[in-house]
Design a protein around this ligand. Structure first.
Ligand code: PEP
Length: 248
């Protein structure tokens, strides 16, 4: 059986009163699962996650962070602050950060390096827009994003990263990539990581409208090690079905 990584990205959705029962249920679901379960939450709920998930099988983390250690960056959160609250994970370079907050490949790289230095596992997101795909630019864009994100990272540290291929056109749209499209890009990314960075094996997630009805087919593809899940992680019963996915 392939060990899958199922990691939720809550974005700006759930509130305190919803999260308490959610974390409780998630802890119970994960305790019966052979897959790896994680959830990334808004900053203000990391303390609650620490309180409720520490010591359980659920990994938790943040949806973003700043790359500087400290300073005059009003509204920002540092890697050390995340570390103080026991974060295992941090999502870096999500397409919504790139699109709405003008995050660049260079900033993504600085964040990835800072997370690694602090001992937090970065989930490095990459993926093309619909326009880029239609123009035949998918591979070029992905190569640019990956080489940008990974500049000056040691071979040893490479092995500590989680990657997430998230085609922008599939995020939150209800239209996922086909299993073949997802596999093609995850394989392309793995080959690039092997050829350029000597990464022999890595955790490669697919993200983009992953849900119980399409998970089995997508997650059974050989180059895909799990999913980064937005919408479907918000309802714990849907997330549970995803967590319980079993593939050979
Ligand atoms: C995401 O934003 O990381 C994501 C995969 O969202 P959704 O599952 O809602 O497409």
């Amino acid at each position: 059986m392939k060990k899958l990584y199922l990691i939720g990205n809550q974005k700006m959705n759930m509130t305190y009163s919803e999260l308490e029962p959610y974390f409780e249920k998630l802890t119970e679901i994960a305790s019966h699962s052979t897959n790896v379960v994680g959830v990334c939450v808004p900053y203000v709920y990391i303390n609650l996650a620490k309180y409720m998930l520490d010591g359980s099988k659920v990994l938790f983390g943040a949806e973003n962070m700043h790359y500087e250690d400290k300073g005059a960056f009003t509204g920002e959160i540092s890697a050390q602050m995340l570390n103080d609250f026991g974060c295992d994970l941090v999502i870096i370079g999500h397409s919504e950060r790139r699109q709405y907050f003008a995050e660049t490949d260079e900033q993504v790289n600085l964040k990835v390096k800072k997370a690694l230095e602090t001992g937090i596992t970065p989930i490095v997101c990459f993926g093309e827009t619909l326009e880029e795909r239609e123009q035949g630019l998918t591979h070029t864009v992905i190569e640019r994003q990956l080489t940008g994100a990974l500049a000056d990272i040691s071979e040893e540290d490479m092995g500590r990263l989680i990657f997430a291929y998230e085609p922008v056109w599939a995020i939150g749209t209800g239209v996922s990539a086909t299993p073949e499209q997802a596999e093609e890009i995850c394989l392309f990314a793995k080959k690039l990581l092997k050829e350029q960075y000597m990464v022999n094996d890595c955790i490669m997630l697919y993200g983009g409208s992953l849900k119980p009805s399409n998970a089995q087919e997508i997650l059974s593809k050989p180059s895909i090690n799990g999913g980064l899940i937005g919408g479907a992680c918000l309802k714990v019963s849907d997330f549970e079905q995803l967590i319980n996915t079993k593939v050979e």
